[in-house]
Write a protein of this length. Structure first.
Length: 292
């Protein structure tokens, strides 16, 4: 190719541009992105809605929505502003989803990488441990951990991360088993790289795309698990979370159903956004896996 052709040849789009072009083809994924942006905006502006304390009394108890402009979405049985709880609950839900996902993915990546790379007796041992965790239903194990550790928000996040690592571990193990015999891994071994360098610098970056996609599922699951705990009265009462709002709203479900329905819709839309985001990420990161 001549120098003139190189100059006239249009520049290839960056990876980020290609990723966005693939992602935006899925309209459902764009909807998920919009919903996720709304939740992020709610979390970022929560201090403007209620700068003092979302758990303080803001008006008369059980004020229905759109009856008082100071509490447009009404108040619960304790007179707390539902709109303020909705915005501050977005912060708690995102915090739980992100941190619990990081914990579960971190544990899963470490165990799956070791099992898939080394194989042999280490693989058998780690997979037996994984199967032992999988024999216990996630929510039952979560209840046990919360009963042991306590129901503070930190312990709830840690417990959710601990009960959610098995699926990422199996996913990473499968990716490592398919990648460890590739040419670039053999080349790294011939160059004298250590096993740790090969695992974390060579193989792991190539194994991460499906893990990133699955992380959206874990985030949605983490929010649902916290909501289920709060519904049973095992949430942290010191924080305004959507799960706590639903758990407290069940006591007045027949007379003031909006107390539980409004945060329930927020959870539904947030979980839906993560699901649609995961679908879009899967199509963007794995363009060959198209629906037939």
């Amino acid at each position: 190719m001549s120098e003139t052709d190189r100059i006239l040849r249009p520049a290839e789009p960056s990876r980020l541009v290609v990723f966005w072009q693939r992602y935006r083809r899925n309209r459902a994924a764009l909807l998920g992105l919009v919903l996720f942006a709304v939740v992020l905006a709610m979390a970022a502006t929560a201090g403007l809605i209620e700068p003092v304390d979302p758990l303080r009394r803001a008006g008369a108890p059980l004020t229905w929505p759109f009856q008082n402009w100071q509490t447009p979405l009404g108040t619960d049985q304790l007179g707390r502003d539902i709109l303020a709880g909705l915005f501050h609950g977005a912060r708690i839900s995102l915090l739980i989803g992100v941190v619990a996902t990081l914990i579960s993915v971190g544990i899963g990546v470490l165990i799956g990488a070791l099992a898939g790379y080394f194989g042999g007796w280490l693989d058998d041992l780690l997979m037996r441990i994984t199967e032992a965790f999988q024999t216990i239903p996630n929510f039952v194990l979560l209840l046990t951990l919360v009963a042991i550790l306590g129901s503070s928000i930190e312990n709830i996040i840690l417990a959710i991360g601990i009960v959610s690592w098995t699926a990422p571990a199996r996913l990473v193990r499968a990716e490592f088993m398919s990648l460890r015999q590739r040419e670039f891994v053999d080349a790294a071994r011939n160059l004298g790289l250590s096993d740790a360098a090969i695992i974390f610098r060579e193989i792991l970056p190539n194994a991460l795309p499906p893990v990133i996609v699955f992380a959206s599922v874990i985030m949605a699951l983490a929010i649902l698990l916290e909501s289920a705990l709060a519904f049973l009265g095992l949430g942290d009462p010191n924080y305004a979370s959507w799960g706590n709002m639903i758990g407290q709203g069940r006591n007045v479900l027949r007379t003031a159903w909006y107390c539980a329905m409004i945060p329930g819709i927020a959870i539904l839309l947030t979980v839906l956004s993560f699901s649609l985001l995961g679908e879009g990420l899967n199509e963007a990161l794995n363009p060959r896996q198209k629906k037939t």
